[in-house]
Design a protein around this ligand. Structure first.
Ligand SMILES: [Zn+2]
Length: 246
């Protein structure tokens, strides 16, 4: 099961047609909300009722929702949402339905699953927070900083991690960079890795959004200046290797 469909959690069908996307969505916007019920599906139903009956919308506003149990629920799915003013026509909104400000490890896995679903359908997308687009505290601090760190997976049991596999993965990326180095304007998951590693190695505070912009360029040059590498701001196999050599 990829996600819990509307009919399976009991979404209200208003009978009004949802609008399809006219352009390919470019990003995921993370939201955070809560509810009094303990069962995530019940919380979602309460939101659905509020959006559809009280506010008179066509349906619950979010595209997808993630419960504390890690399940992904279909809201408007692959139709335009109503969650991020000005951006609904080209972003997918994913809301965490949690208790207070915390996010569970299962909830994080649910988010990764939701972003994977979007990537599978639309290709690489950025992931940002509602608060990047509006004056709001949504999502709450913990979820928000986790997203800004690039949604890292927990390493709570290092002995269970296959470090050899990780090493090979990093080396393999280095080989790919020989043909297609990362430079200003590059996007995607390798840029997220680069940003995370720069933050770890030279204590920069880059937002790990997978977009190689001006700040990432500055950080790459700073890193290159401290190593015997040409300072060109381009991440090819040599810069990549130094980034992972402590
Ligand atoms: Zn929000």
């Amino acid at each position: 099961m990829e996600y819990v469909r509307r009919k399976d959690w009991g979404a209200i069908e208003s009978g009004r047609k949802l609008s399809p996307f006219r352009v390919k969505p470019v990003g995921v916007v993370v939201h955070h909300t809560t509810g009094s019920a303990t069962d995530p599906a019940e919380r979602i139903k309460a939101h659905d009722k509020y959006h559809t009956h009280t506010l008179g919308w066509k349906s619950i506003g979010y595209n997808f929702l993630v419960g504390e149990n890690g399940l992904v629920f279909e809201g408007r799915g692959w139709h335009q949402g109503a969650a991020t003013k000005g951006w609904n026509w080209r972003t997918i909104s994913v809301a965490y339905i949690g208790s207070g400000d915390e996010i569970t490890e299962q909830g994080k896995e649910g988010f990764q699953k939701a972003v994977d679903l979007v990537t599978k359908r639309y290709g690489d997308v950025w992931v940002k927070c509602h608060r990047d687009f509006a004056r709001t505290y949504c999502p709450a601090e913990k979820l928000s900083s986790w997203v800004k760190e690039g949604m890292p997976k927990p390493l709570d049991n290092p002995s269970s991690v296959n470090w050899v596999q990780i090493g090979n993965y990093i080396k393999d990326i280095g080989r790919q960079l020989a043909h297609k180095p990362l430079r200003k304007g590059s996007r995607g998951k390798y840029v997220v890795l680069l940003q995370q590693q720069l933050n770890a190695r030279i204590a920069t505070h880059l937002v790990c959004d997978g977009i190689f912009g001006r700040k990432t360029l500055k950080a790459v040059k700073k890193f290159q200046r401290n190593h015997p590498i040409m300072v060109d701001g381009i991440v090819g196999p040599i810069t990549w290797r130094f980034l992972w050599t402590v």
